[in-house]
Design a protein. Structure first.
Length: 54
């Protein structure tokens, strides 16, 4: 499964690290993310307040 985490904080980073260990997760993405989350997941620069953009 491909998981998108929406956020850019420490909790989002911790969530990505936990998801990375799950064998059912094939791909991770984060939006908007930060330098730390970019090391763990594909990062997308989108307006997270816009449902259409997400």
């Amino acid at each position: 499964m491909h998981v998108l985490v929406v956020g850019s904080g420490a909790r989002d980073h911790a969530l990505l690290l936990a998801l990375r260990r799950d064998p059912e997760v094939a791909a991770l993405s984060v939006a908007p993310g930060n330098a730390g989350t970019a090391a763990v997941a594909d990062q997308y620069d989108v307006d997270v307040t816009s449902g259409e953009a997400v």
